[in-house]
Design a protein around this ligand. Structure first.
Ligand code: ZN
Length: 351
């Protein structure tokens, strides 16, 4: 028992030490990578930084990112993806069960009052996973995202208090799933608990594709500079022969998500990344490989004390979920689900 406790403690400390810097390195855009024409943006913060510009300063942490020294590593079993059938979110567990989601059916009446999303399929991808840090061999294997080879998955960032991005992402996703199902949507999550590993970013995209999702989102919180704050929505850039068909609808989705998020959460546009809380990227597998309208959102900056306080609040996370649901409704059912500006009532959230 004591040994287990010590081992568990060591694993936890190791995870704490590794998670923050690893996020920036592992998810970062390689320096010199071509940006989509006409998209000007300031240098990214840590989470989305030009990786090799900060690689020197973080050189000592690079090994941790690659997982070379990770204690507690364990061989994976099966495909290494713990999606947890019968998970707490009550969702289906991936593409193979896309049509068997526990709530909502595509055949439900689209005109049913209060169910503006009936017939719509929405895929929610909570970024990272709670045990990724302990399985570097699995998450660091390279996968093809068309524009480059990237690690299968990464650990994510966390607040100074140790609230992990993986936990945040998953908590927002299950809150959002409940709201969307209540509006009639069929909701599929790419992972259904926060104690597994992966899945790879390629699989996360494939789940949305196989479900023929009407819209998809990858939920994240950033590991930006401590002095930076705000949120940012990332949409796909042109990857010829791959993303052509999703650019326009994904842009509309980005605008609807951004506008609803800003209005309902009150979170400002990021002041260290993107432009008016919008960014376009071609180095994210979740976007490059998507055949359905999709965006990423960085809900705030976990490295900022003020944003971290908000992101750590269950009430604020509920507000985030309400905002994202409103964004999806504006995108998928603009006539049936218009949300008045300054929405007075936030379901499930204390005023
Ligand atoms: Zn992330």
């Amino acid at each position: 028992m004591a040994l287990n406790w010590v081992e568990e403690r060591a694993r936890r400390i190791s995870g704490l030490l590794r998670a923050r810097p690893a996020h920036g390195i592992c998810l970062a855009r390689p320096a010199g990578m071509a940006r989509p024409p006409g998209v000007a943006r300031p240098a990214h913060g840590i989470h989305l930084a030009a990786a090799f510009a900060v690689a020197g300063a973080l050189a000592g942490l690079l090994a941790a990112c690659s997982g070379a020294t990770a204690p507690g590593s364990a061989p994976m079993t099966g495909n290494g993806v713990t999606t947890g059938a019968g998970a707490s979110a009550g969702s289906s567990t991936g593409a193979s069960s896309a049509s068997t989601g526990s709530a909502g059916t595509p055949s439900a009446s689209a005109s049913a009052p209060g169910r503006p999303l009936a017939g719509q399929v929405i895929v929610l991808d909570p970024g990272h996973n709670g045990d990724n840090w302990a399985h570097p061999a699995f998450i660091n294997r390279l996968v093809n995202i068309i524009t480059e080879m990237k690690p299968c998955d990464t650990t994510g960032t966390e607040t100074d208090a140790g609230y992990t991005e993986a936990a945040f992402n998953f908590n927002v996703a299950i809150r959002l799933a409940r709201l969307l199902r209540a509006e009639g949507a069929t909701v599929i999550l790419t992972r259904t608990n926060n104690h597994g590993v992966g899945p790879c970013i390629t699989r996360r995209a494939a789940i949305g594709n196989r479900a023929h999702a009407d819209a998809a989102i990858s939920i994240h919180a950033d590991g930006g500079p401590p002095g930076g704050s705000g949120f940012d929505v990332i949409e796909p850039g042109l990857v010829p022969g791959h993303t052509n068909g999703i650019l326009a609808p994904s842009h509309r989705l980005a605008l609807d998500i951004r506008n609803a998020y800003h209005r309902i959460t009150g979170e400002p546009y990021a002041d260290y990344v993107g432009h008016d809380a919008l960014d376009v990227r071609t180095d994210l597998g979740g976007l490059n490989l998507s055949t359905v309208p999709k965006v990423f959102i960085e809900c705030g900056n976990m490295r900022s004390a003020s944003d971290a306080a908000k992101l750590s609040s269950p009430a604020f996370r509920q507000r985030i979920a309400v905002a994202l649901a409103a964004g999806f409704t504006a995108f998928l059912a603009p006539a049936g689900g218009a949300t008045p500006a300054g929405q007075a009532s936030i379901p499930g959230a204390p005023g």
